[in-house]
Design a protein around this ligand. Structure first.
Ligand code: HEM
Ligand SMILES: *[C@@H]1O[C@H](CO)[C@@H](O)[C@H](O)[C@H]1NC(C)=O
Ligand SMILES: *[C@@H]1O[C@H](CO)[C@@H](O)[C@H](O)[C@H]1NC(C)=O
Length: 241
């Protein structure tokens, strides 16, 4: 007897659904438990002290397995204070002690908040997302809290602000600069005069970011807020720092 396609198709369907069933029933214990919810106490177990456990890090309530970075995150690593907790604020404050290790972002600027969201993007790209921390950023059902939504909205404002600032700064030529062993640091303008200009407070993340050197033409030198480099002539094109 020839195999009839009317018999073959049901057999194929049966085989296929059986293997699909096996596939999902094997997978489901894992997928059902992902994303897993952590309490702060649970997360603290994964701080790298117990080398039999993975090292986990929380940022904005997202939990990542950072075991492959244990030279940074393990005991004695330079960033071990990030392990077993959510110390989101320290990603911009750099304060890895005491109260500095908090997930509270109160008082940070929109560009600082944006920087923390970028750190979370870094962890998404680089490590494995394993779950959510119940607390400030996720409720006990794993839903984002108002606080997280507020943080994301603030980060978006920070991004807009930086974009606007970039356009603003593109209107003025930046100073050239170089550093050498013999000469030290130098800034100069091919056209115009080097001046330090204060960036808007919201942009000034750190002391380093708070000013830029730009080149101004003679008729612009009277503008408010332009700072001549210390020890540099008013009409010098080049300043040694
Ligand atoms: C707010 C201050 C800072 C924070 C929050 C911070 C955070 C981090 C984090 C989380 C990593 C690990 C990234 C990974 O998982 O691969 C890292 C790596 C690194 N950081 Fe920082 N950092 C800060 C300041 C600095 C400073 C001031 C320096 C140098 C002067 C520095 C140099 C480095 C280097 C070289 C690495 C890479 C190390 C490696 O891959 O072996 N960091 N930083
Ligand atoms: C990690 O957590 C354990 C248990 O909570 C604690 O005993 C240990 O001191 C912590 N280690 C570090 C490096 O913070
Ligand atoms: C870190 O934060 C704590 C608490 O806010 C503060 O007492 C301490 O001076 C800060 N340390 C540094 C290095 O900024």
């Amino acid at each position: 007897m020839r195999w009839s396609p009317f018999l073959g198709i049901p057999i194929c369907v049966a085989l296929l659904s059986f293997s699909l069933f096996k596939f999902f029933s094997l997978k489901s214990p894992i997928s059902r438990s992902l994303p897993r919810l952590f309490t702060a106490e649970e997360l603290a177990l994964y701080n790298g002290t117990d080398t039999g456990l993975p090292i986990l890090l929380g940022i904005l309530g997202s939990v990542f397995d950072v075991t492959k970075g244990k030279s940074h995150y393990g005991v004695g690593g330079g960033y071990s204070h990030f392990s077993g907790r959510d110390a989101s604020r320290a990603f911009v404050s750099g304060n890895f002690t005491g109260e500095g290790l908090t997930d509270n972002l109160h008082g940070l600027s929109s560009t600082e908040v944006k920087s923390i969201v970028e750190w979370r993007d870094f962890y998404i790209r680089t490590y494995i997302f394993v779950g959510k921390l119940v607390g400030r950023y996720y409720d006990n059902e794993g839903n984002p809290t108002k606080y997280l939504k507020g943080v994301e909205a603030k980060a978006a404002r920070g991004a807009q602000l930086l974009e606007k600032q970039k356009k603003e700064e593109a209107k003025l030529a930046s100073c050239n600069s170089k550093w050498s062993q013999e000469e030290g640091s130098e800034v100069w303008c091919d056209k115009g005069y080097p001046r330090l200009v204060q960036r808007p407070l919201e942009i000034a993340l750190t002391g380093k970011m708070s000013k830029r050197c730009a080149c101004f033409q003679e008729d612009q030198l009277g503008q408010a807020g332009l700072e001549v480099y210390d020890g540099c002539d008013y009409f010098a094109n080049r300043c040694r720092l």
